[in-house]
Design a protein around this ligand. Structure first.
Ligand code: SF4
Length: 456
C-alpha cells in the first residue's frame, strides 16, 4: 500500500524546482507497525528537504517497508524493485522493514537496493543519505516525530520487537528483542494528537500487553491514555494470549474510551499444534480468556448508552492453517474453536516457511491443496457466525467513524467494534473523519449497511 503525503498546490508550485531534485515515495507492505514506521520515515525525509511524490516511478528516492511474515509478501519486492529501477534508473532505493537484514534477500537483490536500513537505524537516515544531521540526535526511532497519513486516526507505537519466538514467525529475527518506549513519550504524543482533534488513537506494538516502562505496565498505560481529557476512541493491537492478564481484562472493562473490539490471535485450535508453534497456551486457556473478556466488556451490551446501542464486544483472531504436521483431526480443533468463539473477523493464513525459523526445519508438510481447502472451510464457518453476529445490529443506532468513500460517493466507516458500515448517504456536508449516528438497515456476512439516523 503506497503512502503519500500531499502538499497544498501553492506549496507544490513554490517548491517545484526543489521537488524535482529530492522527492520520495514510500511503498508499504505488511502490518500496522510498518505503516506507523513509514509515518516516522516520512517525517524524517521531509525534515531533510524531500517532498512526497505520488508516482513511485518518478520519485528520486523510493523507500520500501518490507514484510517477512509470509512468502507472498516477500515475493512482492522481487517484482517491484526491478520494475522501479527499469523505469527510473537514477532512483535511489532504501529497503527497510522485516527483510532489511535478511541475508538471502540481500543476496537475491544485490546492488538493485542502494541502502539496507533496519528500522531501528532510522535515526541514522541523514548520514545514510549523505545529508547533514538535523541535530537533536534521537537514538530511539520510536521517539522520532511522525508525519501522520490521516488527520483523524493515528497509530502510536509503544514498542518494537518480540521476545516470543513463535516457531513460524520471522519477526523476532527481523526486529530483534522487545524494546518499549518511555510512557511519558507515548502520553505526550497522545496529548498532541488529541489537541489536534484526532478522533481515534491506536496503541501498537508486536505484543502490546507485555509493555513495561519503569513501573508502568500495559494496564496502567491503557488507563493513563484513556484518562486523558478529550473525546476520542482508543484501541490497541496486538495482544498475545499468554500476556492477557486478569488485571488488563478488568482495566479494559473500566476504560470508557476503549473501543469494544479485541484482536486475540489464536493461531491454531489444537494444543499439540500450539505447542509446536511455541505459543505457550492451550485452547482451554484461550477460551477462558474470551469468556473473561466478554464478561468484562459486555456489562452494558444491548443497552442504550448516551443515545447509542451498545453492541457486544467483537472478537477477531489470526489463524494459520496447514502448519507442518497439522492433521485433519487437529484442524477440526480449529474449526471447533471458531464454532465456540463465533469470531467477528479472522485473518486466515496458509502456512509458508520463513527463513531461520524453527518451523522451517519441520517435516511432514501439508500439501498446498489441503491448506487451501482448510482456509476455505474456515472462511465459510467465519462467514456463517459473522452473519449471526451482524444480525444483532439490525435497526440499531450506532456511531460510525467515516474513513473513506466508495465510487458511488457513499461513505464507508467503522463502528467501535470495527464492523465495516456502508452508509447510503452522498451528502457533501458529511466528510471523511466525521463520526456519524447511523441506523443499520441491512447486514451481510462481512458488512453492515445503514443510513444517517433521521432522529439525529
Ligand atoms: S508473538 Fe509470535 S507471532 Fe507475534 S510477533 Fe512475536 S514471534 Fe511473531
Amino acid at each position: 500500500m503506497p503512502l503519500f503525503f500531499f502538499l497544498k498546490n501553492e506549496e507544490k508550485a513554490d517548491n517545484m524546482t526543489f521537488m524535482n531534485k529530492k522527492t520520495y515515495n514510500i511503498f508499504i507492505i505488511g502490518c500496522q507497525m510498518n505503516k506507523s514506521d513509514s509515518e516516522r520515515i516520512a517525517f524524517s525525509l521531509e525534515s531533510l528537504g524531500y517532498f512526497p511524490e505520488e508516482d513511485i516511478y518518478k520519485a528520486s528516492l523510493v523507500v520500501i517497508t518490507t514484510c517477512g511474515v509470509r512468502q507472498s509478501a516477500e515475493d512482492r519486492i522481487y517484482g517491484l524493485i526491478p520494475a522501479v529501477r527499469r523505469k527510473n534508473p537514477e532512483v535511489k532505493i532504501i529497503l527497510t522493514g522485516c527483510l532489511s537484514a535478511e541475508k538471502l534477500v540481500k543476496e537475491r537483490l544485490g546492488d538493485s537496493v542502494d541502502i539496507w536500513m533496519p528500522i531501528v537505524e532510522l535515526d541514522n537516515l541523514p548520514s545514510l543519505l549523505g545529508e547533514d544531521s538535523l541535530g537533536g540526535h534521537e537514538r530511539d526511532y520510536l521517539n522520532l516525530k511522525a508525519r501522520y497519513e490521516s488527520d483523524f486516526s493515528a497509530f502510536i507505537p509503544i514498542g518494537n520487537g518480540c521476545d516470543n519466538f513463535c516457531s513460524y514467525c520471522y519477526v523476532p529475527h527481523a526486529r530483534g528483542r522487545e524494546k518499549y518506549r518511555d510512557h511519558k513519550e507515548i502520553i505526550n504524543e497522545a496529548k498532541d494528537l488529541i489537541k489536534k482533534g484526532y478522533k481515534e488513537i491506536t496503541l501498537i506494538a508486536q505484543n502490546v500487553n507485555s509493555y513495561k516502562s519503569a513501573d508502568i505496565d500495559f494496564p496502567k498505560l491503557l488507563k493513563m491514555t484513556n484518562d486523558l481529557p478529550g473525546d476520542f476512541w482508543l484501541r490497541f493491537s496486538t495482544s498475545h494470549p499468554k500476556d492477557m492478564s486478569d488485571e488488563l481484562i478488568k482495566e479494559m472493562g473500566e476504560c470508557e474510551k476503549l473501543c469494544h473490539h479485541v484482536h486475540l490471535p489464536a493461531q491454531a485450535g489444537d494444543d499439540e499444534v500450539l505447542k509446536r508453534m511455541n505459543r505457550k497456551y492451550t485452547q482451554g486457556h484461550y477460551l477462558e480468556l474470551i469468556d473473561k473478556i466478554r464478561k468484562s466488556l459486555n456489562k452494558q451490551a444491548g443497552e442504550i448508552v448516551s443515545g447509542f446501542w451498545m453492541p457486544p464486544v467483537a472478537i477477531s483472531t489470526d489463524i494459520i492453517v496447514g502448519f507442518p504436521g497439522e492433521t485433519e483431526k487437529q484442524f477440526r480443533e480449529t474449526v471447533k474453536l471458531f464454532e465456540t468463539v463465533k469470531y467477528d473477523m479472522a485473518y486466515i493464513a496458509q502456512y509458508s516457511p520463513r527463513p531461520n525459523t524453527a518451523a522451517a526445519k519441520m517435516s511432514d508438510l501439508v500439501s498446498e491443496d489441503e491448506k487451501k481447502r482448510r482456509d476455505e472451510e474456515l472462511n465459510d464457518v467465519l462467514g456463517r457466525y459473522n452473519l449471526e453476529n451482524n444480525k444483532k445490529y439490525l435497526n440499531r443506532v450506532v456511531e460510525v467513524l467515516v474513513d473513506s468513500k466508495n465510487s458511488r460517493g457513499e461513505m464507508i466507516g467503522k463502528t467501535k467494534t470495527s464492523k465495516t458500515v456502508i452508509i447510503s448517504d452522498t451528502t457533501k456536508s458529511r466528510k471523511i473523519g466525521d463520526i456519524l449516528e447511523v441506523k443499520i438497515k441491512s447486514v451481510k456476512n462481512f458488512g453492515l449497511y445503514g443510513e444517517i439516523n433521521k432522529d439525529e
